[in-house]
Design a protein. Structure first.
Length: 414
């Protein structure tokens, strides 16, 4: 991977016409270390957030040796990065053939369930492979309610009373039992974890079975930009403080004797990647760029986060004009030939942004690469390494991309 001091250096040296990802391994490692320093348990990185080999290898290099995985491709990606890694197969609804592969080929011994039929499915394969259930921990996924930018509790999770039945059933069979929840992604309300922990404590108090571990899932908020035209949202505590609060709650609910696991994704990778896009055409208050919702920006499109964006003017085209100090909103149209591919909120950019300029969009490490499509034949896949953190690059005027939830298909919060 070619290495540059800054994104500007990369843009001006490569003059890319296709999107280029700016990977910042030092930022990734710092953010992962910060999480691990604050969490008193096993950090199992959620592979779906970003499964790029460079990301998984960089995490392995600094000692991340557990991964939350959901599919055979993710088992393989994690083991390629770290052959000794511990895999947590936390998808509550699994294909029978995938369970077999997990148990037999990958030696996975930790799985999540939220229904009795899933337990039966796993048990059949355990018996067929002649494994001892006592070597396997089944985590009962608890349903939770709360405020996250992305609600995930509607699809998975057992209600508390049902969870009690599941725990007892798992224990009777002879498996070890854990409890787990996943509160959604980019949680906005810290009491969400408290309520989930209260549920876990309630379930534990109702069962005779011994609980072997508690997995608190992911959802920890990453730092994004904020739209200066709007009232600042209440600041999220630093991740160390947030984890400190969660540990206090774990103690208060009497769960601190349990081995803990967390499955952070976004909070670890968001800042480690940017994308350098090019303005293909400026048409009035619109800019047409060479990326979009079908490539790197689908997470942004849902309208829940504000991404930082900076203009890198093309000196070859406008040597005499400097970047304007005035930020104005531009509608951003993506690369594909459909009218869905328009970002839901404008990018605020210097008013003299022009065709041929580059726009670096920061903090796209989470749910960007993994959600790329080949729609219309566009598939960005070029990476460069950048030494300077996005925030530390001197760039004059800072723009930002902000997205407002809009109605219609696939809009957030449905
Ligand atoms: C997606 C997912 C995660 C990671 O969520 P983040 O919000 O990115 O931290 C963790 N655990 C489970 C079960 C998930 O589905």
């Amino acid at each position: 991977m070619e290495r540059f001091e800054t994104a500007r250096d990369a843009a001006l040296s490569l003059r890319p016409d296709r999107p280029v990802y700016g990977f910042r391994p030092s930022v990734l490692k710092a953010d992962a270390r910060e999480f691990m320093a604050g969490f008193r348990g096993t950090t199992a990185y959620a592979v779906k957030t970003n499964d790029a080999p460079v990301i998984l290898s960089a995490l392995s290099e600094i000692g991340v040796s557990a991964f939350d995985v959901a599919s055979p491709a993710e088992f393989e990606a994690a083991r390629t990065a770290n052959p000794q890694s511990d895999l947590y197969y936390m998808h509550p609804v699994k294909a029978q053939s995938d369970i077999r592969l997990a148990l037999e080929t990958y030696g996975i011994r930790r799985l999540a369930v939220d229904h009795e039929d899933e337990i039966a499915k796993i048990l059949r394969i355990v018996r067929a492979l002649d494994l001892d259930p006592a070597d396997i921990t089944l985590f009962v996924r608890l349903a939770t309610k709360g405020h996250a930018a992305y609600e995930l509790s509607k699809k998975f999770g057992a209600a508390p009373k049902h969870a009690v039945e599941l725990v007892e059933r798992i224990d009777r069979i002879g498996f070890r039992v854990g409890l787990t929840f996943h509160v959604g992604s980019q949680i906005e309300d810290l009491t969400t974890y408290e309520r989930a922990l209260a549920t876990a404590a309630w379930v534990r108090s109702r069962v005779d079975a011994e609980i072997a571990a508690l997995d608190i899932g992911g959802g920890f908020p990453a730092r994004y930009g904020h739209d200066p035209k709007r009232r600042a949202p209440p600041p999220m505590p630093a991740i160390g403080d947030l984890l400190g609060n969660i540990h206090s709650e774990i103690e208060e609910w009497g769960l601190d004797d349990l081995p803990l696991i967390a499955e952070p994704g976004r909070v670890i990778v968001a800042r480690s990647l940017s994308v350098i896009t090019r303005v293909l055409l400026k048409k009035g208050q619109r800019v047409y760029i060479n990326d979009g919702i079908w490539s790197s920006l689908s997470d942004a499109w849902t309208g829940k986060i504000t991404l930082p964006a900076r203009l890198i003017p093309d000196p070859a085209r406008r040597a005499k004009r400097s970047t304007s100090e005035k930020l104005v909103p531009f509608k951003v149209c993506g690369a594909t030939c459909d009218s869905v591919d328009i970002l839901s909120r404008p990018f605020w950019l210097p008013e003299n942004v022009d065709t041929g300029d580059w726009i670096e969009i920061g903090h796209i490490g989470a749910y960007s690469l993994s959600l790329r499509t080949r729609f219309n034949g566009f598939y960005p896949d070029t990476f460069v390494e950048i030494a300077t953190p996005y925030e530390d690059e001197e760039s004059g005027v800072e723009g930002f991309a902000t997205m407002e939830p809009r109605g219609g298909m696939l809009s957030a919060g449905e």
